[in-house]
Unconditional design. Structure first.
Lengths: 127, 515
């Protein structure tokens, strides 16, 4: 039986497209629109920048509760929104760096190709 | 020179004296002298003339009377009466010895004789003259009566007054000449004195005027030995010194302030520009985030769909087009992100800008249209810069393609130069010179307006037709140059061309060993 993957993203289309790709590849996929859902899984793909929850906090939470979980962080990059702009606001690469420091095992920049997604998840499963 | 004009206007011009002769020092003294000598010498002349005439007349008449008295006193009537010959001899002796021109003697009412053949008619009629020139005929008539031997008689004398009157006239001429000479000398002396005073004053005035007109180096001195004028000149010169010092200080302060102001304006403009770019960049970043979240499902769904659609299905082409479009869109968005995160560190490594430029030129030379001439001067002597070679390549290609685009209709020349140099960096202890390379890319194409130039580095700003460009090229170039610690500036003139100047700091590393 293929392992199950939890996809956390605030965008329905993102969640659904990823679910289709990963399901067809053979994974069991659960989705959540934010980190608070509390769905438990061994593999987690989480968006870092979401309006109602902080992806970095979600990563830390999962890492704390399940030290062995495999986490992929992804982001669309850029500052979240101009209104929240401060001169030192974190930008894409910094987000990803922060995510990996918080415990993410792999990083992905949106938008990625299907092949890229499959390879990243497989890489984690096989390691 | 407007400053000089302003100063000239500040010289008080209210109720100025009319510049005429009578308003000058020389003129006033001359007029005063003239007025004095119009009155004084005539008065003097009339007084002197009266005194001379009176005294001449009194002396003359006194002598005449004394002579007559003496004559009568010594008269030996018997002798004179002895014979007519003796009478004539007596009268001749009077004429010859007494300065008389005529003499006659009368006794007992009878004229005994006269020195002239004809007795003048005035003898009895006139009697004694009071003054010398009374008669007007040059004769002073005098009759001296006597009583001898019990009978009355008289001696008539006619003195010649002409020599005396001539002397008086002579004296009068001399007085007139002396007075005229005196008057002329006085006026001349006044004029000379006035000139002595007014010339150094005029000198001083002209020098002060030149100082006031903006020639502060003019020395204020007066060519005079008069203490008052010398002192005035000294004080004015002291004032000039103060004035020159003050005005030099003021001018220096003013120019310092002006240059500070100009510098501040440049900095403010720069800051404003950078702030605007930063704001726009942030906005672009947010937009990119949104688009990436939209593009991701588009990519994944279309790729999934392509798996499901049979190869001969007509929908397949359409889905492929959707995938292509989404890929193109994500490349646009990644460019947008490159602009929005200029501070993000890419793979920084020492690179040789000359090699990058040469590579870009090699890539482009085949693509440049025949109507565009390419001139390059790429010096390999410059140091190396810290950056991502791919990004620097992107900068060069972007600018070259813009230049070619600007000349695509008219043709022209594309100049590219890369030269080493130095720039001064502000430091706490003054400025420091730091080595740079300067990349210039210049075309003589259609150029840009000021408004375009202002906004040229903003993302999505483009002057091209829809489909000819995204408007991201130069904003990406700006972001890359900034990330390398460099600066980019642009100058342009309509129909003359555009020049981009990129300054990149070089780093101090030994050159790469040849491969």
């Amino acid at each position: 039986m293929m392992p199950s993957v939890l996809v956390i993203d605030d965008e329905l289309a993102v969640r659904e497209s990823m679910r289709q790709v990963l399901t067809r590849t053979g994974f069991e996929v659960v989705t959540a629109d934010n980190g608070v859902a509390g769905v438990e899984a061994y593999f987690v793909i989480v968006d870092i920048i979401m309006p109602r929850s902080d992806g970095i906090a979600v990563i830390k939470q999962i890492r704390a509760r399940y030290p062995k979980a495999r986490i992929i962080a992804m982001t669309g990059g850029g500052n979240f929104w101009p209104l929240g702009y401060k001169p030192n606001t974190l930008v894409t690469d910094a987000y990803l760096t922060l995510a990996s420091q918080s415990g993410a095992d792999a990083l992905m920049k949106k938008p990625f190709r299907r092949q890229n997604l499959i390879e990243t998840v497989r890489g984690l499963v096989e390691s | 020179m407007p400053a000089a004009r302003a100063r000239r206007e500040r010289i008080p011009a209210d109720s100025p004296p009319v510049p005429s002769f009578q308003n000058t020092l020389v003129g006033r003294l001359a007029i005063l002298q003239f007025a004095i000598h119009l009155i004084l010498p005539p008065v003097l002349y009339y007084r002197l003339d009266a005194v001379i005439r009176r005294s001449a007349s009194e002396t003359f008449t006194h002598h005449a009377h004394a002579y007559a008295t003496a004559l009568v006193h010594d008269l030996e009537l018997a002798d004179v009466l002895q014979s007519p010959n003796r009478t004539v001899a007596f009268l001749d002796a009077i004429v010859q010895g007494g300065g008389c021109s005529y003499s006659a003697i009368e006794y007992r009412g009878r004229l005994l004789g006269s020195s002239a053949a004809e007795t003048p008619s005035w003898i009895r009629r006139r009697g004694n003259d009071e003054t010398l020139a009374e008669s007007g005929d040059g004769i002073y008539a005098l009759s001296e009566r006597f009583v001898k031997a019990g009978a009355e008689g008289a001696i008539y004398l006619g003195f010649d007054t002409r020599p005396t009157l001539n002397q008086v006239r002579e004296a009068r001429y001399q007085i007139i000449v002396a007075l005229i000479v005196y008057a002329l000398a006085s006026v001349a002396a006044a004029v000379i004195f006035a000139r002595l005073v007014s010339r150094p004053l005029t000198q001083l005035q002209k020098a002060s005027r030149r100082v006031a007109m903006g020639d502060p180096a003019e020395h204020l001195g007066a060519d005079s030995t008069m203490i008052e004028i010398v002192n005035l000149a000294k004080d004015l010169e002291f004032m000039r010194g103060e004035l020159v010092g003050t005005s030099a200080r003021l001018r220096a302060e003013m120019s310092e302030r002006e240059s500070e102001q100009a510098q501040r304006e440049v900095l403010e403009n720069h800051l404003r520009h950078e702030q605007r770019l930063a704001t726009v960049g942030t906005f672009a970043g947010g937009l990119a985030h949104e688009f990436n979240n939209i593009l991701l499902p588009m990519l994944l769904f279309s790729e999934q769909a392509l798996d499901d659609i049979p190869h001969d299905h007509p929908a397949r082409n359409n889905v492929e087009s959707i995938l292509d479009a989404a890929l193109r869109a994500s490349s646009v968005v990644s460019k947008l992100l490159a602009f929005s995160r200029p501070h993000e560190k890419h793979q920084m490594e020492p690179i040789d800008p000359a090699a990058v430029v040469a590579e870009a030129l090699g890539l482009f030379s085949a693509l440049i249209p025949a109507n565009i001439e390419l001139l390059s001067d790429v010096s390999a002597a410059g140091g190396r810069v810290l950056g991502d070679p791919t990004l620097l390549n992107q900068v060069v290609l972007n600018l070259i393609s813009n230049a070619v685009f600007a000349m695509r209709e008219t043709g022209g020349t594309l100049w590219i130069s890369l030269t080493p140099g130095e720039r001064s960096l502000p430091e706490p202890s003054g400025t420091r010179l730091s080595p740079i390379v300067e990349l210039r890319i210049k075309d003589n194409g259609k150029g840009m307006t000021r408004d375009t130039l202002e906004r040229i580095f903003e993302p999505f700003f483009t002057t091209r037709e829809v489909g000819e460009g995204t408007g991201l090229g130069l904003s990406v170039v700006h972001g890359i140059v900034k990330s390398m610690g460099g600066s980019i500036s642009v100058s342009s003139e309509i129909d003359a061309g555009t020049e981009f100047v990129i300054v990149l700091p070089t780093i101090d590393v030994p050159p790469l060993p040849p491969e």
